[in-house]
Each structure stands twice: as structure tokens, then as C-alpha cells.
Design a protein around this ligand. Structure first.
Ligand SMILES: [Fe+2]
Length: 507
């Protein structure tokens, strides 16, 4: 009976998710539009009754120019089905022990017509190479100097949140040492629920899985969703609509990266964060554990992570003798985006004093500092300057394009390989049940829907402003140059290219 019920649910849910993927077409960004009334912020608990978090603020309404009713209705229907016909059945068997068979059974021809199957990164082939993952790939953002001659991934705080019963806890600290002879980092100790493990210990293999389970969970829940979607982009978009006049030069610059935010967050909030949503059903934390983690992570958001060079400096990992290929790739994108922001701002502000005399800019910055948790001064600096503004604006564009790709769709080639990097680690040694794995596949699949590309001509957003239009065209040309340059380099599955990037986090 269970298998029959699962066969029915699997068929229906896979058809629904594939249909959702196919219906999602990139939308043309309109010219900057007025908002009917200022957007107010309300606690997410007031907006979505199934997400009882008071600390996270969201918009009280979606601007009409962002709405696509068909998608909103589809999403409401999907969440209703999650409650009354969820894609899970108690007591199903574990996935196949062969990862390719497990994937083939969950990722059928309907999916593959929309999106190619993931590939296995080299670092995930035996033996697992945490040292390589620490400097190249989506988990690069976790490496920091341990100030004890070692380097660390420190995710011990994940122990503080309620886990589903029967699972290993996610609190973990991984220590790396620099092997000068080999010129690379090596994982030498993992401190987790199993105790302190070294590569010679029989628990090492399991400890590595706990470490990877922990980083992938943190990346999806905290770095991606709470950090980018809720703490940064939602607040930035509300402030930009509320505080910058529709024809303000900065609003025109930001518009492509702002438009659609409230609508997109509305589409996904319940489905991901709500009771019975994807996060609770896929990852190791209960709904209560997730809500506590979201509230705490939101409160501790740090916008400084968005400038890749200064963030690596703060983490104490630059110029330490080992290569940081992920940093090199991120910085290549950062430089083009930063130069675009600076060049554009210098068209309108000939001096720092010019900028300080712009009342709209001052109101915009005050609002950002008030509503983005811990403010924006880490990037802006103590005094308002064109240089500081260029860094802040670049960081915002970078977050919605490069960073979002790295922590969102970039997980496609990583998160489905649960034989290396599980999303739940059962204490009794079993693997994920087939329904949970299917949901993980569908969750990652839908992150890859087609969205408006970064490589597009946005000069029409400048309106009658010729200089602004030229600045947009120059940005496109420089991104195209970077694309050509990176294309000539060796290709790794973690490496980002401008052609992979979307113009914003929004659908
Ligand atoms: Fe996202």
C-alpha cells in the first residue's frame, strides 16, 4: 500500500514540479514604476501564519507591477497540497546505494527535458577532499583563520537548534592545516557529535559526512535564504521603492536588480519556510529549529560578506601560501560590477560633497541602515563618499547575481550527491528514504528555473539619459569580455561565468 501511495504521489508531484519549471519564463523588466503607496514592513508571522517568526520583516503588500497572478495561485495550490497531499509516505525504503541509480529513479525524462542531470565534482570522488572544497566551490565562504596555526570551518552553532529525532546533530568544527610540500590545505580534525576525529580514526568517514551535511544545510538555509533573500534583498528593495524618486539616477541603476523582489519572496516563503515546507521536510532541523535558526541568523546578518576581497581579508585567508581559486573567480566578477557602480555614480556625483547634498540618498541610506540587520556601514564606511557608495551598490548587485548563483543554483552539482554529502544523517546508519530524496531533487531542480539573464541590454532603463544608457552598455560589454576570458580557462563545475548569472534573485 505504501509503495502504491508513493507511486501515485511521485507521479503527481513530479508532473507538477516539471510543469512549474516549464511555465516559469523570464519576464522583461519594466522601466522604473511608481509604487501605489509606501511599502510597510510587518513581521513575517503576521503575513504568513505558518511562519511564526517575529524578528524577520517582510513587505505588507506586493507592488502591482511585480505580480503575476497565475504563479501566485499556482504556489498557493502547491502549499495547500503540501498540507493535504504531501509528497511523502511513512515507512518507505532508503534510496539505492548506487548514487547514479538513486538519481535516475528520481530524475526522469520529464525533468531532463528541462535541465541536464548534475555532474559529480572531482572532490566528491573517493577519497573525499575537504581541503580542495575549502578553497574551491560553494563552501569556500566558510574558511577562516583559526588563530592557532590552523584554518577552520566553524558551524558549531548549529547544535543549538532542534533536530528531527534519530539524526546526528549538525554542530561541527573542521580544522585544516596547510601542507607546504603539497601546497594545499588538508582536513586534519573534525570535532562533532562523534567527538574529536582525525583521518586515522574509524569514525573519520562519518565525521566528514556530518561536516558536509552541516555546511550544505547552512549554505541553503542561512547564506542563501535568510541572508540574501530576507535580510538583504527584501529590505533593499523596499527601501529603494520607498525612498528614491522614480526617476532618481540610483533607482534607475538598481531597478533591474530590485524589481520583482516582493513577488518572488511571496512565491517561495511558505513553500520553503512554512510548516511542512521544503526546508523542514528535507534538512535535519524541525520547524521550530528552523524558525529559531532563521530568527537568529537574520539578527546577525553581516553585509560585509559581499565584498569578496575584504571578506577574505577579514577571514585571514589571503596570502597564506595556498591558492584560493574560488576567490579569484569571485573577484573577477566583483571588479567588473564594482567598476560599473563607480563609473555610473561618477556621472551624477562629481564629488563626495555632491553626494552628501542629495537628500534622497541620505533618506535611502538611513532606511537601509535601520532595516538591514546590522546596517550597511561595513561597506559604506564611516563617511559618505562616492567610493563607499560604489562599494555598497556593487555589493548589492553582486549579491543578487554572483553570490546568489554560488549558493543557490550552483548547488545543483553538489547537493544531490547524498552518498558524500547527506542532508540528513541517521544514527541507525540508514540512507535517506526515497520520498525525501525526491523532494531534495525537486527543490534543487526548481531553483534552476529560467530567469532574466545578467547578460542583457539594460540601457532602456536609463530612459532619456544618454550617459546612463552608455554606462549600462559598457557594463554589458565588460561582462561579455569577462565571459570570453573565463571561457578560455579550465572549466570546473563550481566556477561561475557571467553567462550563468541572472540579473537578480527574482523569478
Ligand atoms: Fe534564491
Amino acid at each position: 500500500m505504501q509503495n502504491l501511495e508513493w507511486a501515485l504521489k511521485k507521479r503527481l508531484w513530479n508532473a507538477l514540479i516539471v510543469l512549474k519549471f516549464r511555465l516559469n519564463k523570464p519576464r522583461r523588466i519594466p522601466k522604473p514604476t511608481s509604487t501605489r503607496r509606501p511599502i510597510k514592513r510587518i513581521p513575517i508571522a503576521q503575513h504568513h501564519s505558518s511562519i511564526q517568526i517575529k524578528e524577520i520583516l517582510v513587505a505588507d503588500y506586493i507592488p502591482s507591477d511585480e505580480k503575476a497572478w497565475s504563479h501566485l495561485i499556482f504556489t498557493k495550490f502547491q502549499y495547500m497540497l503540501y498540507r493535504y497531499f504531501p509528497p511523502k509516505v511513512r515507512g518507505l525504503p532508503s534510496i539505492d546505494s548506487d548514487p547514479m541509480t538513486a538519481l535516475d529513479l528520481a530524475y526522469g525524462p520529464g525533468h531532463r527535458k528541462c535541465l541536464h542531470a548534475p555532474i559529480i565534482p572531482d572532490e566528491y570522488k573517493e577519497p573525499i577532499d575537504l581541503g580542495a572544497l575549502a578553497v574551491a566551490g560553494p563552501y569556500f565562504c566558510y574558511l577562516q583563520d583559526g588563530n592557532d596555526g590552523r584554518y577552520k570551518w566553524n558551524l558549531s552553532q548549529l547544535n543549538d537548534y532542534e533536530h528531527h529525532p534519530g539524526l546526528h546533530r549538525l554542530g561541527v568544527e573542521v580544522s585544516f592545516e596547510f601542507d607546504k610540500g603539497a601546497g594545499r590545505l588538508k582536513a586534519v580534525e573534525i570535532d562533532c557529535e562523534l567527538g574529536r576525529c582525525t583521518p586515522a580514526d574509524p569514525e573519520w568517514e562519518l565525521a566528514q559526512k556530518i561536516a558536509l551535511c552541516s555546511v550544505t544545510t547552512h549554505l541553503s538555509l542561512v547564506r542563501h535564504f535568510v541572508g540574501i533573500h530576507l535580510a538583504l534583498v527584501a529590505q533593499f528593495a523596499i527601501t529603494t521603492r520607498n525612498k528614491l524618486p522614480v526617476n532618481h539616477c540610483l533607482r534607475r541603476l538598481l531597478w533591474a536588480h530590485v524589481w520583482g523582489t516582493q513577488y518572488s519572496n511571496e512565491l517561495v516563503s511558505n513553500i520553503l519556510m512554512g510548516k511542512g515546507g521544503d526546508f523542514e521536510e528535507i534538512f535535519s532541523l524541525t520547524h521550530k529549529g528552523l524558525c529559531d535558526l532563521f530568527a537568529s541568523s537574520y539578527k546577525h546578518y553581516d553585509i560585509g560578506v559581499l565584498d569578496p576581497e575584504s571578506d577574505a581579508e577579514r577571514r585571514g585567508i589571503r596570502n597564506r601560501g595556498f591558492d584560493l581559486p574560488a576567490l579569484k573567480n569571485r573577484v573577477a566578477h566583483w571588479k567588473v560590477i564594482h567598476e560599473h557602480a563607480r563609473r555610473y555614480l561618477e556621472l551624477y556625483y562629481k564629488s563626495d560633497q555632491d553626494l552628501r547634498e542629495d537628500a534622497a540618498i541620505k533618506a535611502w541610506l538611513n532606511d537601509l541602515n535601520h532595516y538591514i540587520p546590522n546596517g550597511v556601514d561595513e561597506l559604506l564606511g564611516d563617511k559618505l563618499t562616492v567610493e563607499g557608495m560604489a562599494k555598497l551598490v556593487a555589493a548589492y548587485i553582486y549579491a543578487g547575481t554572483v553570490e546568489h548563483e554560488a549558493v543557490g543554483t550552483g548547488m545543483w552539482n553538489y547537493q544531490l550527491w547524498t552518498h558524500v554529502q547527506p542532508v540528513r544523517i541517521y544514527k541507525n546508519g540508514r540512507r535517506e528514504p526515497v520520498d525525501l530524496y525526491q523532494r531534495l531533487v525537486n527543490y534543487n531542480f526548481i531553483l534552476n528555473v529560467s530567469r532574466a539573464p545578467l547578460l542583457q541590454d539594460l540601457s532602456y532603463l536609463a530612459g532619456n539619459d544618454q550617459a546612463g544608457a552608455v554606462a549600462f552598455s559598457t557594463f554589458l560589454a565588460e561582462l561579455a569580455d569577462l565571459q570570453a576570458h573565463l571561457k578560455a580557462e579550465s572549466d570546473e563545475c563550481w566556477k561561475l561565468h557571467p553567462a550563468d548569472l541572472e540579473v537578480s534573485v527574482n523569478s
